[in-house]
Write a protein that binds this ligand. Sequence first.
Ligand SMILES: *Cc1c(COP(=O)(O)O)cnc(C)c1O
Length: 365
Amino acid sequence: MKFNSHIANLPVYEAGKPIELVAREFGIKNKDIIKLASNENPLGSSKKVRKTLKKQAKNANLYPDDSYYELKDALANKFSVESKNIIIGSGSDQIIEFIIHAKASKDTAILQAGVTFAMYGIYAAAVGAKVYKTKSQSHNLEEMKEIYQANKDEINIIFLCLPNNPLGECLDANEVLEFIKSVDKDTLVVLDCAYMEFARFKDNAKFINPTNLIKTFKNVIYLGTFSKAYGLGGMRVGYGIANEKIISELHKLRPPFNITTPSLAAAICALKDDKFIKKTVQNNFSQMQIYEKFAKENNIKFIPSYANFITFFFEKQDSSKICDNLLKRGIILRNLKSYGLNAVRITIGKDKQNKMVLKELKKEI
Ligand SMILES: *Cc1c(COP(=O)(O)O)cnc(C)c1O
């Protein structure tokens, strides 16, 4: 059977290995497995959310309110925008897909950092669009400007990942705003802020405020998610905030009921529990220090991270070997070989988990 030629060489996205698979493969009990591979919240989710989810069991037969009125209203209040500036996706991943379908084609290109979230390139390639990357691995706005200026007739979407997954660095908000000013009005700038709750806590200079952003720029979309700080990865809820015109175009591509009834209830409830976010973010950065200390003591290179993970770059050891060996001992980390890096991304876990990871990692270096 023939398929579209532009998907022929497309890699399958390599998600973090599931606990169940490791349990089966290595005969380790589920509860003894430490999974720090997908940037999930190690504290779980808010207690209030879990209570809400239990109550939702009886609504499994019902489609959600497809207008997502209550969730959009809560987000609109949180960000001081209007509901018409918001779109809900099955994860912010799905909004990235809408964006690509709304603007990219075989005659256009996207621009992104050298090493960044893989889905931008995958969705772009799936519609035959070209992908321009900077030579710099982390975000380099000067280089982005050069590539953009030289290929302006093709590039109509620019992705900035703030903070950047999988490297961890984060541009300052004022650099980002200056950059957007230099971009044509018909080019959409996507600010993927999946980890913004973390970055903002570490350094307020990183904070992108969607309120001012969409007032100032008509060609920008801010993406947020409930999957990381809110601990709702399994619920699949993300959101986009932009000018009304952009949102109404993206809505044409949204399938009905694209999040579930329990997901909707969970997201609404999660927005009311700021304490849980605070606890999450505090645990993250206090625990991250253990990793930084370990890296310094063992001469492992890392980029200071503004997110809920840290990436270790290895010189002598092979990252695949390290990940394979740890996997056999029930520790799931994210190998970055598929990004062309000899590096391992580790989600910051709970104290006990982190100590275990470092104890086992020590044996490999
Ligand atoms: C996790 C992540 C997302 C989106 O995750 P969803 O679960 O689809 O909301 C988007 N961008 C980046 C950079 C991420 O790491």
